[in-house]
Write a protein that binds this ligand. Structure first.
Ligand code: MG
Length: 375
């Protein structure tokens, strides 16, 4: 009975993309690279996954894998090749192994199928793509690109073949496992790779990968409260001196209410009344900043982020202009965004309707979110 194990090498300690976090633990669309890589190894023909991590990365590893049921990680060595060797030595009972790098997390299931199909007649199989750019030597001499392919991972092998090849290897640090297998005389096939498997190395690679994972969503919110005597006027989380205030169960801040509803709308998560029922005494006189903070938290839990919010306040008085930046600053703080992503506008209704008669204040809001694509 064939037992196929994926050996996921995630032992690197550095990051050419910048920052102190090794790139396998860097978050893309709310989840570490390692978590994306693990989720893409869930495949009916893979029986188990073994991760190789760097020394001292145990805590980051546990945080990254969450509840995924995995065996204890193997600690890697000073080089990738040593890390692979350490991993192979932990794979008791494997008959086939897919050796993969966490820096190529977005593995299509079809590539796994092509690799394992190829193993039926070969000792190993690697995914490759044609070289599309022109090639030249550093001296400028042209090189026929038809002679070259780009080699990706995972690389699939009969377990006994690759284990023997690594044991026999004496050629220094190999660039990949196919090189080690071929040096030992094993037959390694090439199958079609996939651009989705391109290695994430530089900052731009991470930004591109995240953009591909995120979906744009827009939500809309609207709220009205009546103006009445004996109340403080709160708009956009800012207290504004006025002869009357907005009447409501909470502080009746129409701006924060409309904004909260816009974010909930983008999440398709109901409305503010579902989350904070007016019948609940806890929200009597509440600072509406609580509601907006809750909406922000829901976005974070959905692996998303808020790209931009835009509010229009509709009232005859007070004048909004003098308080606009204070509102933007308060909302930026609540949403943990730069002020440049917060827009506050105001208009009158030319004395028409309830707003024009000064009976109440309305607010409309739009929120643009980027939401991760949860598998
Ligand atoms: Mg309201």
């Amino acid at each position: 009975m064939a037992r196929t194990v994926a050996l996921l090498v995630a032992a690197g300690s550095g990051s050419r993309a910048g920052g102190d976090t090794p790139k396998q633990y860097r978050a893309i669309a709310g989840r570490p690279l390692l978590a994306h890589a693990l989720d893409h190894l869930v495949h009916p023909r893979i029986d188990a996954v073994q991760v190789v991590i760097g020394a001292g990365q145990e805590a980051a590893y546990r945080a990254a894998i969450g509840e995924r049921p995995l065996p204890s990680p193997v600690i890697g060595g000073a080089t990738r090749q040593q890390s692979v060797r350490n991993g192979l030595s932990a794979l008791g009972g494997a008959t086939r192994v897919l050796i993969h790098d966490a820096a190529r997390p977005f593995l299509p299931a079809a590539v796994i199928d092509r690799l394992l199909d190829a193993l039926d007649g070969k000792d190993g199989a690697v995914p490759t793509l044609p070289q599309v750019d022109s090639l030249a030597t550093r001296a400028g001499a042209p090189v026929p690109r038809e002679d070259f392919v780009r080699v990706q991972t995972p690389q699939a092998f009969r377990f006994d073949a690759i284990a023997a090849a690594h044991a026999a290897w004496s050629g220094g640090d190999a660039t990949d496992d196919a090189q080690v297998a071929r040096a030992a005389g094993y037959d390694v096939a090439m199958v079609e790779g996939d651009p989705a498997l391109d290695k994430l190395t530089y900052e731009a690679d991470f930004l591109r990968a995240e953009a591909a994972l995120l979906t744009t969503r827009v939500g809309f919110g609207f709220d009205v409260h009546a103006l009445g005597p004996g109340r403080e006027l709160w708009l956009g989380g800012v207290r504004i001196p006025h002869d009357r205030g907005l009447v409501g169960h909470s502080d009746a801040d129409v701006v924060l209410h409309a904004l909260t509803d816009a974010i909930l709308g983008a999440l398709a998560a109901g409305d503010i009344g579902d989350h904070f029922p007016p019948s609940d005494a806890r929200w009597r006189g509440a600072d509406s900043g609580l509601f907006l903070d809750h909406a922000r938290e829901l976005v974070a839990r959905a692996d998303g982020r808020i790209a931009h919010v835009d509010v229009t306040i509709i009232c005859e008085a007070p004048r909004i202009g003098p308080y606009r930046d204070a509102m933007r600053e308060r909302i930026a703080g609540l949403l943990r965004l730069d002020m440049a992503r917060i827009s506050i506008k105001a208009t009158t209704t030319e004395r028409l309707g309830f707003a024009g008669r000064g009976e109440g204040i309305a607010a409309q809001a739009v929120a643009t979110l980027l939401i991760g694509d949860r598998r």
